[in-house]
Design a protein around this ligand. Structure first.
Ligand code: UDP
Ligand code: MG
Length: 334
């Protein structure tokens, strides 16, 4: 027998150029009737300019708006291609809306952005170029927080310092949800099932090679912010308590320190009593000790409560959001 001949199939290359890759913009909207037309008008030239590089489509996630937001978006979707709409059954909050968007986006990459033009659409072009050059995540870092009040930028600064001191993966400062993420990254994020959710923390948790573009963040174009300080505080607590257990563990050290201090103090008291005999009643020190330990206990219990509450919401296994309807643009079908 002669030698066996192994025949390879010669790879047949397509004659046509490869299809353009698709980028889905995820846009959560809550009572934004004043912003939608402005947003699309500003976006159109960007989509046009990006057209040799990538196809951009838009997925609006209507987070239970009670105004004309839904009707306006549907009307726009009739008029132009590439607009899809995911209606949630009520207001679930921006984090849940964004998560819904991440679950339903069909593009090869996604970019979450706000409808109020605080995330300037022009930056998208820079992000897409970096992505086509190989980056998996392209963060948009704000140069300044012009649009925000003194209190908001201060409290944001304090939050980042606190979070980054404790969390396993820091959240880059001055980077919001506005960033490009490759499909691989989106797949990774979809596997994270937690319910008390701060997407920014999860985005940095998944890793992948990350690049950055810079931009100036302007003030809101129209309408009003839907974030109250309460909602922001809740988001900050969600970020911290779902990303780190440092606040729980800290109490071991505080407890040890306290035990040591009390031991030394008791010894001193004991010796003093032996040497000088029984003293005038120690009213002040007793009250101080009670107050200090009471306060510490309360604080520690509060922290444990934060975790227990979150464990409870996680074990209930409720979905993060409920979809009422999904209008998919023909051009956006997977
Ligand atoms: N948003 C949402 N659900 C909410 C609150 C806000 O989907 O419960 C959307 C809102 O329509 C906007 C984006 O989240 O597109 C950012 O909201 P906003 O501009 O009020 O927040 P800020 O810029 O002050 O952080
Ligand atoms: Mg805004």
């Amino acid at each position: 027998m002669g030698p066996k001949v192994i025949q390879f199939d010669t790879e047949r290359r397509e004659a046509t150029a490869p299809a353009l890759r698709r980028v889905t913009l995820i846009v959560p909207v809550y009572n934004e009737e004043a912003s939608i037309a402005l947003f699309l008008a500003r976006l159109s030239p960007v989509i046009e300019e990006a057209s040799p590089l990538a196809r951009i489509d838009i997925l609006f996630v209507n987070d239970g708006s009670r105004d004309r937001t839904e009707r306006l978006i549907l009307a726009e979707a009739e008029r132009r291609p590439g607009i899809s709409l995911l209606n949630l059954s009520r207001n679930f909050g921006k984090e849940a809306a964004l998560t819904a968007g991440l679950h339903h986006a069909a593009g090869d990459a996604v970019i979450p952005l706000d409808v109020d033009l605080q995330d300037p659409p022009e930056v998208i072009l820079l992000m897409i170029r970096r992505w086509l050059d190989g980056a998996k995540i392209v963060n948009a870092r704000r140069n300044r927080r012009d649009g925000d009040s003194w209190l908001k930028s201060r409290s944001a600064g304090a939050f980042y310092r606190l979070f980054n001191a404790m969390a396993e993966r820091p959240i880059p400062r001055d980077v919001g949800d506005f960033r490009l993420m490759d499909r691989e990254v989106v797949q990774a994020i979809r596997q994270l099932g937690e319910r008390s959710r701060c997407n920014k923390a999860l985005f940095s948790w998944v890793g992948f090679e990350t690049e950055e573009v810079l931009y100036d963040r302007p003030a809101r174009a129209a309408g009003e912010t839907q974030w109250s300080y309460w909602k922001l505080a809740k988001l900050a607590l969600d970020a911290i308590f779902s990303s780190t257990t440092v606040p729980l563990r800290i109490w071991t050290y505080v407890g040890m320190l306290m035990a040591l201090v009390s031991l030394v103090y008791s010894l001193a008291l004991f010796v003093r009593t032996l040497v000088f005999g029984i003293d005038v009643p120690g009213y002040a020190s007793t009250v101080i000790l009670i107050l200090v330990f009471g306060g510490m206990n309360m604080f520690a219990l509060g922290i444990i409560g934060e975790y227990v509450g979150r464990i409870y919401t996680e074990v209930r296994q409720r979905p993060l959001y409920v979809v009422r309807s999904h209008h998919i643009a023909e051009s956006a079908e997977a």
